[in-house]
Write a new protein. Structure first.
Length: 211
């Protein structure tokens, strides 16, 4: 009996180590590190700014057509995606945007523009290792699944709340959308099924979220 118990423990430990190894081998594309410098979104000024992280000096900048907000960097570190949220703030955004710009990080210029109409106020962005782009649109209460190469929206998933920020798991299986104080829960999205599958209660609301 004791030998069976020991064997079971050994198997369990081996499975745990294997699971941790898989997790360790799957870096999170939404928390990238690189060697090309530092990028910053200047919402009020309407710029994307580039800095040398060693000297902390600005090396270049790019003015956009409308106020930017947030960003995501592609898994290959070649592109930055920046949503044009609108000239307001959450809860008071009278002129909501409907575009996401792709910036070539080599040339530091806009390489393409994704129009997410009819959805409005794109804000929180995420990517996965396969290159898929995800965006919350708070005024439209949608979580968008986007092919950035074609610029096409593959799905618009109801979040039930004004999803503002989102977190996508590194394997691209699920997304978690924070609804601030509009809905007192985090919306759980099954990305493969392309639907909301659950709610995580948050009695005091939610804002920043990461996986």
């Amino acid at each position: 009996m004791k030998s069976k118990f020991v064997k079971a423990c050994v198997i369990s430990i081996a499975l745990l180590i294997a699971a941790l190894s898989v997790a360790a081998a799957m870096p999170d594309p939404n928390n990238p590190t690189g060697t090309g410098g530092l990028i910053m979104i200047d919402k009020r000024g309407g710029y994307v700014r580039f800095f040398d992280p060693m000297t902390l000096k600005e090396t270049s900048n790019l003015q956009l057509e409308a106020p930017p907000h947030e960003l995501a960097i592609s898994a290959d570190h070649k592109t930055a995606f920046v949503p044009l949220y609108g000239d307001g703030v959450y809860g008071n955004n009278p002129n909501p945007g409907h575009k996401i710009v792709a910036i070539d990080l080599t040339t530091r210029k806009v390489s393409s523009t994704i129009d997410v109409s009819p959805y409005q106020a794109p804000h929180g962005l995420q990517v996965d290792a396969n290159g898929t782009l995800y965006a919350t649109c708070d005024l439209s209460r949608k979580f968008l699944i986007i092919d950035p190469k074609s610029g096409k929206i593959q799905a618009a998933v109801d979040t039930d709340g004004t999803g503002h920020w989102a977190a996508v798991l590194p394997d691209g299986s699920k997304a978690y959308v924070a609804n601030k104080n509009d809905r007192l829960f985090v919306s759980v999205i099954d990305i493969k099924a392309r639907k909301m599958v659950g709610q995580i209660p948050m009695p005091k609301g939610t804002q920043g979220i990461t996986s």
